[in-house]
Design a protein around this ligand. Structure first.
Ligand SMILES: C[S@@+](CC[C@H](N)C(=O)[O-])C[C@H]1O[C@@H](n2cnc3c(N)ncnc32)[C@H](O)[C@@H]1O
Length: 191
């Protein structure tokens, strides 16, 4: 089932909200990721492509929308990034299909407002290897933002941190995404 309020505007408009390279640098770290990365709900691949340039493993990009996956595949080919594996998948209904402990990093960006965030986080916890990292980014609620889900369902950083802990992660740390992503907060946690 597609998560609530998870539709996307035109790509140019969406991309303008972020400095995606800076966000990926801040959330994945300055060293290349040593292992595989998975992105839940990759959308246009705004963060998939920067992540693929920063890992020596495979970036699995999952989305329920075939058009989004087609777009990511085209960009991966155009940018000669053979380490992107993009697939149409409903990870709410069927999980990621990835092996337990197979990922060094999982990215969940602009998605934790969906109906069952802890279930999604538990799936991330299952597939991330011990010592691996989860990164989360979402729209801020404390300032006006040009887009984002309604404030009634938009998660606060402390809610996300609570859910992340409930799913089994620890060492939950806030990541400052300014100035590149002024409308977003970030956090990372360790499996
Ligand atoms: C708001 S967009 C965010 C895209 C991307 N993470 C980003 O920040 O640029 C959420 C994405 O999640 C996808 N999505 C929603 N529910 C899903 C589900 N159940 N399974 C897979 N993808 C889903 C949507 O199709 C959409 O592309």
């Amino acid at each position: 089932m597609k998560g609530r309020e998870s539709g996307m505007p035109e790509e140019a408009s969406w991309s303008a909200f972020f400095d995606a390279e800076a966000a990926v640098l801040a959330l994945l770290g300055p060293q290349p990721v040593d292992g595989n990365v998975v992105e839940f709900g990759c959308g246009y691949g705004t963060f998939t492509l920067p992540a693929a340039r920063r890992t020596n493993g495979i970036v699995t990009a999952l989305d329920i929308e075939p058009d989004m996956i087609a777009s990511v595949k085209m960009k991966a080919a155009a940018q000669s990034l053979p380490n992107i594996a993009a697939s149409v998948r409903d990870f709410v209904a069927g999980g990621t299909g990835l092996d337990a402990n197979s990922q060094a990093h999982a990215m969940i960006f602009n998605l934790l407002h969906l109906e069952h965030p802890v279930a999604l986080l538990r799936e991330a916890h299952r597939i991330i290897r011990p010592g691996g990292v989860l990164s989360v980014m979402h729209w801020r609620s404390d300032i006006p933002t040009p887009r984002g889900p309604p404030l009634t369902i938009r998660p606060l950083p402390q809610q996300c941190a609570g859910w992340i802990g409930e799913a089994g992660f620890d060492s939950i740390i806030a990541v400052d995404l300014s100035p590149g992503c002024p409308y977003h907060f970030g956090m990372v946690a360790r499996r």
